[in-house]
Design a protein around this ligand. Structure first.
Ligand SMILES: Cc1cc2nc3c(=O)[nH]c(=O)nc-3n(C[C@H](O)[C@H](O)[C@H](O)COP(=O)(O)OP(=O)(O)OC[C@H]3O[C@@H](n4cnc5c(N)ncnc54)[C@H](O)[C@@H]3O)c2cc1C
Length: 409
């Protein structure tokens, strides 16, 4: 008989508590310092590497949790610690997943170790897709990759922007156009090895939040990479392009679009889980503060005006987590996302994080507005969740198109 439970099993609780311990003891105490410094927190990444949290093995273990809850649980705890530092820790994973998902065994074996380095000499990796004129509109990408058959090399030219770890990464994964006639189906991903001439960091952005995470432009000028750096290899690319051309000629392309959609639906809940972590962190600070801060001779939580806000905050955080967990479970169970449930979870959790962190600032009054208390930072950090990995408007577009079957614009 099929069993239904919403309780984590003992193994999951153990992993969750271990990650939480690291977030509480190592990440949280370092958060204010690295936010002010606006620099990559190398010592914290190194600590994470030493305990095994900064490694591909860690993600693989969470990823293969058969309930689907391993990844969201890990993300929630790390981002509960601090969003900027947590993104510095998981940023490499985002690039590494691209290699694991699309690379050959040889590429995985060669490049993943170079993305992470060793606990004594940690490295980071960057995933570079967005461009100044191609943010939500990925189809407007201009970075070109041209094959030089005589040398079996690809030549990359273009400017990438908003790249997490861009320019400081040991290995960059760069998405580029190989066939402009095919739109997004004419894109391919390339590994740019450490020290490749022609790749440089453009401006480093001074950000509103997640300031411990490095975000920068990446400029590619006649960057030559060996043919072996095309993710998945040339044969697979040629086959894929040939299929896309055939479909384009036949006026189709739905199947490729659906496969890409399914990938996004499966990855978006992880971002939702990050948002839940930040929201929960701010809610906990606000709850503690409301219990201890006294005005008019009683704790401020004695007022419904404050207590009801906290009740709403907690309700929305729990609802967001349930949406995230549902979508994560659907992804591993192979359930079809007939209502774009992955996008739904990211949309709702990110909006909740913005709202809850703003309420936390309000509950802390003047203190909430200062850098003496962490909710000020959490509120700034929360603003990223409705922007990256597809803005809230794009999530709504995806959900609306999926539930209506109409080409909503
Ligand atoms: C801190 C940070 C880290 C990032 N890390 C990475 C990374 O590592 N790698 C990477 O490749 N990218 C990264 N990004 C880029 C991120 O994914 C983009 O910023 C995001 O996709 C939005 O693109 P855009 O900024 O160009 O905004 P735009 O696409 O220009 O959107 C501007 C506004 O218009 C709205 N809009 C656009 N089109 C529509 C539409 N059709 N309907 C309704 N509204 C619409 C948007 O929702 C938004 O509100 C990062 C961004 C930030 C800020």
């Amino acid at each position: 008989m099929a069993e239904f439970t919403m309780e984590l099993n003992d193994d999951q609780k153990q992993v969750r508590d271990w990650i939480h311990g690291f977030a509480a003891d190592v990440i949280r105490p370092a958060a204010a310092e690295w936010d002010e410094r606006e620099e990559t927190p190398w010592p914290v990444i190194q600590e994470a590497a030493k305990v095994g949290i900064y490694s591909l093995d860690f993600y693989a273990q969470q990823f293969f949790d058969p309930t689907g809850l391993g990844v969201p649980m890990a993300m929630e705890e790390l981002f509960w610690g601090d969003a900027g530092i947590a993104l510095s820790i998981v940023g490499t994973g985002l690039a590494a997943i691209g290699v694991v998902a699309n690379g050959t065994e040889e590429q995985i074996g060669t490049w993943i170790p170079q993305m992470y380095g060793t606990p004594d000499d940690v490295k980071v990796a960057a995933f570079c897709s967005s461009e100044p004129d191609a943010g939500s509109d990925v189809g407007a990408m201009r970075t070109r990759a041209v094959y030089d058959q005589a040398k079996d090399e690809w030549v990359l030219n273009g400017t990438k922007t908003w790249a997490t770890n861009g320019g400081i990464a040991n290995v960059h994964i760069v998405v580029a156009v190989v066939d402009p006639e095919l739109g997004t189906k004419g894109h391919a991903s390339f590994i740019v090895p450490p020290g490749t001439p022609g790749l440089s960091q453009g401006q480093k952005f001074k950000k509103h939040g997640i300031r411990a995470s490095h975000t920068a432009e990446v400029v590619l000028e006649d960057v030559r990479v060996p043919g072996s750096c095309l993710l998945g290899g040339k044969e697979k690319l040629d086959e894929r392009l040939a299929r896309a051309r055939e479909r384009a000629a036949a006026g189709g392309g739905e199947r490729v679009k659906n496969a890409a959609m399914a990938t996004f639906e499966a990855s978006r809940p992880a971002v939702g889980a990050m948002a839940v972590g930040t929201a929960r962190a701010a809610y906990e600070v606000a709850l503690d503060y409301a219990r201890t801060r006294t005005q008019f001779g009683r704790p401020i939580i004695d007022n419904q005006g404050v207590a009801f806000q906290l009740a709403d905050m907690r309700t929305q955080i729990d609802a967001a987590r349930l949406l995230v967990w549902r979508a994560s479970w659907m992804a591993v169970a192979g359930k079809p996302f007939t209502a774009a449930e992955g996008s739904m979870s990211k949309l709702y959790a990110s909006e909740v994080a913005k709202k809850v962190t703003a309420q936390a600032v309000q509950i802390l009054g003047g203190n909430g507005f200062t850098r003496e208390y962490p909710v000020e930072r959490m509120h700034r950090d929360a603003a990223i969740y409705t922007i990256f990995e597809g803005t809230s408007e794009i999530q709504r577009l995806v959900i609306a198109r999926t539930i209506s079957g109409m080409p909503i614009r």
